[in-house]
Design a protein around this ligand. Structure first.
Ligand SMILES: [Zn+2]
Length: 245
């Protein structure tokens, strides 16, 4: 028997502006087209995302890019405003995360995996787990509770290139989502992050920003026998993807 959430609200809770677009943008597009309310949140403000601009200047640009990317699929963007490389599983960040959940009231959440190359990602994973578990607890936040608030389903996206930073080999996906039909929409969404795309393009002499996203999607797609796939959840629970798609 399939369990249908009361509210169809998906939240991608990631570290940096552009992480959601790279890691689960195709899935978010599919959800939005199925009528889900979609939110993208980042813990960090992207202030280290430039070699030439100052922290506030690049953070302003990146937050605007995050808003534009979310808007392009009818989603809403949120940012906790923590500095890059300083995301920490501390009381203040936990409270901020719970309050965000309280406002969004998600029934489905995507975040980073437990282990990844970037510690902001790992700390964001911990914050997502803390908020996922605790946001429906009445005393966990002073913000009002949405009626019917419940612990959402929580899924973990791939680490960078699917690699466990300690053990090396690619992690074994439990669930893959076919995003072949929306791959160009996903690329367009990711291209909203022009500051990062231009930086990599000048560095690599090619459109590495978009190409790397497609390359990993293509690798995961081979497992599924499709062109592009993403979001290889590191959990044994495949109920929600079956229900959604
Ligand atoms: Zn990131």
């Amino acid at each position: 028997m399939l369990v249908t959430p009361i509210h169809r609200v998906a939240l991608a809770f990631m570290a940096h502006p552009d992480d959601a677009e790279i890691l689960c943008g195709g899935t978010l597009i599919r959800l939005a087209r199925l009528g889900w309310q979609v939110h993208i949140a980042t813990t960090a403000r992207g202030d280290c995302g430039s070699a030439t601009l100052g922290p506030d200047e690049i953070a302003d640009i990146r937050l605007e890019e995050g808003r534009k990317a979310a808007q392009s699929i009818g989603a809403t963007y949120h940012c906790l405003g923590i500095d890059d490389v300083c995301v920490t599983f501390c009381e203040q960040a936990i409270r901020q995360s719970i309050d965000l959940y309280r406002r969004v009231a998600p029934t489905l959440v995507f975040t980073h995996p437990r282990f990844d190359y970037m510690l902001d990602h790992e700390q964001t994973h911990l914050l997502a787990r803390a908020a996922t578990f605790s946001y429906p607890i009445p005393n966990a936040s002073t913000l009002p509770q949405v009626q019917g608030a419940q612990v959402p389903w929580l899924y973990y996206a791939d680490p960078l290139e699917g690699l466990d930073p300690y053990s090396g080999p690619m992690i074994e996906p439990t669930t893959l989502i076919d995003v072949s039909a929306v791959i160009e929409d996903k690329a367009a969404m990711l291209a909203c992050h022009a500051s990062q795309r231009d930086w990599l393009r000048s560095h690599h002499g090619m459109d590495e920003y978009i190409e790397a996203m497609k390359r990993h999607g293509s690798t995961r797609g081979k497992t599924l026998g499709v062109a592009f796939a993403r979001l290889s959840f590191s959990t044994a629970d495949t109920l929600i993807p079956k229900m959604i798609f």
